[in-house]
Design a binder for this molecule. Structure first.
Ligand SMILES: O=C(O)CCC(=O)C1=CC=C[C@@H](O)[C@@H]1C(=O)O
Ligand SMILES: [Mg+2]
Length: 329
């Protein structure tokens, strides 16, 4: 993005709308998702680095949002994106209710390795999903929460139950552990996908160069925007899955554009997460229908902004964060 495409800070601040969207089910320990929205010549964009993220990381998310609102848009190869349902680490009795919000789907991503739970809890969750949706493809996401031995244990237990998984996302934390685990489990037919090893490291290509992943998870905001994410996909020469950052429909629209701009998209994308929200910022949310979301911009609705408007002290917090982070661009 050229400097003249970056809006003035005063314009960003005066146009910023900050909302706290309630979640239907706790996800990542959150019950509410705070996001800041602003409008540019291309339409609405979302800046929503998680509140604990340091300013340097939040600046990458801001560059992505500004690019989506003000920058050049990529060539698109498709107008709808196949998406997976995303299941938080809930107890088996809640699964039916949570997944019912996703409509039809072919793939479920199941969160595992939640703090305070054990592999037995993960297995019970996975088995319940397959009991309810026997034909669905299953993928797992541990957010780096396992030791290598625990990930191998879970994989072996699933094997002995005859349960196949499409891939295992970020089972372990470091790139070295990912590489070691991948060596051990590829021969069992298990694929490893990298998420945090792409978006939370200084070099998003390091995991691919270390041959530590079969698939890359790409999230537009943490990678600095659609253009950068497309470069990473092209340079890594690995299949990619575009995923959300638990955004409002505005943030999801950036993910949908990124997914639409990837020449070869072989897996369902993690962009159905508006189903995890109990409220959104538009009258026409990007909700999955029959397993797909549309590729389109989202119009923000004034009355929704009012209903979900963040409390005054949270508005101040976000605007101060914006002023600090803008200076890092
Ligand atoms: O990939 C998906 O199915 C949905 C997105 C998703 O899982 C995530 C969104 C936001 C924060 C992350 O903890 C989480 C992830 O780890 O992929
Ligand atoms: Mg993940």
């Amino acid at each position: 993005m050229s400097q003249n495409q970056i809006p003035a800070l005063a314009d960003l601040v005066s146009g910023a709308r900050i909302v706290a969207l309630p979640l239907r089910t706790k996800f990542r320990g959150l019950e509410e998702r705070e996001v800041l929205l602003f409008e540019g010549p291309n339409g609405w964009a979302e800046w929503s680095p998680f509140v604990e993220y340091p300013d340097e990381e939040a600046a990458v998310w801001l560059a992505a949002a500004i690019d989506f609102a003000h920058g050049n848009l990529p060539t698109l190869y498709r107008d709808r994106i196949a998406v997976n349902a995303t299941l938080p680490a809930v107890a088996p009795e809640h699964i039916e209710r949570v997944l019912s919000n996703f409509g039809e789907f072919a793939t479920v991503k199941i969160k595992v390795a939640e703090a305070g739970q054990n592999i037995g809890d993960d297995i019970a969750r996975i088995r319940r999903v397959l009991e309810l949706y026997p034909d669905s493809k299953i993928r797992l996401d541990a957010n780096g929460g396992f030791e290598i031995s625990e990930a191998v244990d879970l994989i072996n237990q699933l094997k002995s139950l005859g349960i196949n998984i499409e891939y295992f996302e970020q089972p372990v934390a470091s790139i070295a552990e990912m590489a070691e685990l991948k060596l051990q489990v590829n021969r069992l037919g298990i694929k490893i996908a990298a998420d945090e090893s792409v978006r939370k490291v200084s070099d998003p290509l390091a995991v691919a160069q270390a041959n530590a992943a079969d698939i890359l998870i790409l999230k537009a905001a943490p990678l600095g925007g659609i253009v950068r994410a497309l470069e990473i996909a092209a340079e890594a020469e690995l299949p990619v899955v575009v995923s959300s950052a638990l955004d409002s429909s505005v943030g999801l629209s950036m993910g949908a554009y990124l997914a639409a701009a990837i020449p070869n998209l072989d897996f369902d994308c993690g962009l159905a997460t508006s189903a995890l929200l109990a409220g959104d910022v538009t009258r026409e949310p990007l909700r999955a229908e029959n397993g797909f979301i549309d590729v389109r911009r989202v119009e923000v609705d004034k009355s929704k902004l009012e209903i979900f408007s963040a409390q005054d002290h949270r508005q101040d917090w976000w605007l101060e964060r914006l002023e600090r982070v803008y200076k890092l661009l």
